[in-house]
Design a binder for this molecule. Sequence first.
Ligand SMILES: Cc1cc2nc3c(=O)[nH]c(=O)nc-3n(C[C@H](O)[C@H](O)[C@H](O)COP(=O)(O)OP(=O)(O)OC[C@H]3O[C@@H](n4cnc5c(N)ncnc54)[C@H](O)[C@@H]3O)c2cc1C
Length: 399
Amino acid sequence: MNRDSLVGDIVIVGGGPAGLTTALALIERVPRARARLVVIERDVYPRDKICAGAISGFGDKIHAAMDVRVDVDGEAMHGHAVRNSKGLSIARPGDVARVIRRETYDAALADIARSRGVRIEQGCAVRSISAPRADNTVAVETSKGTFNACAVIGADGVGSVVRRAIGAKASGLRAQVVEVDTEPVESDVARDLLHFDTSDPSLAGYAWDFATRVRGERLVCRGVYKLVRDGDRATDGPDVSALLDERLARMGLDPERYRHKRFAERGFSAMDVLSTDHVVLVGEAAGIDPLSGEGIGPAIEYGALAGDFLAKNLGGSLRGWTARVRRSRLAVDLMVRAAIVGGYYGGPLRPVIDGALARTGAPLEALGDLFGGRAPKVSSVARAGIASLRAAFAAATTG
Ligand SMILES: Cc1cc2nc3c(=O)[nH]c(=O)nc-3n(C[C@H](O)[C@H](O)[C@H](O)COP(=O)(O)OP(=O)(O)OC[C@H]3O[C@@H](n4cnc5c(N)ncnc54)[C@H](O)[C@@H]3O)c2cc1C
């Protein structure tokens, strides 16, 4: 790399959905920011990211509002199927999500960003970020040289170097996740449903099966998600890889045939500090949904919010980002999901939610509408509320 390519005083670290959406949202509001902006990506596109690839209709809608359409091969999802201790509940309220492969999706999103004038430095790893210097910049040290930045956007995912550099606390909610891609089996639910299995009471988490297309082949991505709470050790409770193998064997699949892809996730905590004068954290570097591990839609939402925030605050301190996130719809959504975690995984909400799902598909209808980016129908919310009250009464009276 020559010296000129190290120009860029607005440095976005990480070219996943959060980083690329931040870049797109910022240049939409401030087109001249293109000349100052660089996205630094450690890998080279097309690069994979361990992920089941279910992207909510809501995430796609945020992109559509920015005139961004990531047109890649995928599977359309029209509802959810949840298997719990009480049986299988299904609701199909319409378009709720699509399942894409991150290898192609992220590369296509990067192509869109480049076509709009965003500079992406690939194969370049950020190693450290200095304390603020006398000239009001920070030094971003990378494998290819140093960028002098007035603003650094940490969009570098669960293992964020930027998060560590600003001394942000490790979030209390982390997850261990493992997945494989297999052929379909007879017991699978319909391919247009996102299937979650919460029937194992020993697991603070769930198993999933999402139809997926790998280079045109119709496969199923299957995995296990386990939450690790503050104070828990990662080795406490069942091992996700062993659980996945047992599940595959029960389906008649030979576990030896499939390569486990294992990774961590970071849940959002409203107590976390997400910014300093020069640095903001977005996407999984900031924290995503701890209940389900959904992170692509939230990463897109963080990006849209950050683009707007940067457009208003570049040149001044960025410290207000933490408060901006806490006031956002996104934070309310993530806090509600975080609040359900304690109650559902091993808590008193489990019989209520499972009981309500056994009574009616209304809660899943409302969830599907929300996930799809639509307001849930009043009738679904009302029916879900009544079913929950009945399930709570039943749980209380049966001890
Ligand atoms: C097994 C598994 C399944 C999942 N399934 C789903 C799902 O179905 N639906 C869903 O919504 N979410 C899912 N998630 C979560 C989702 O993958 C993430 O939350 C989401 O990718 C976060 O987006 P991001 O842009 O914040 O970070 P990432 O997508 O992680 O992007 C970060 C980018 O930063 C780059 N980077 C990292 N460090 C550096 C560095 N030092 N220098 C430069 N670049 C760097 C990385 O190469 C990467 O490109 C899953 C996660 C796992 C582990």
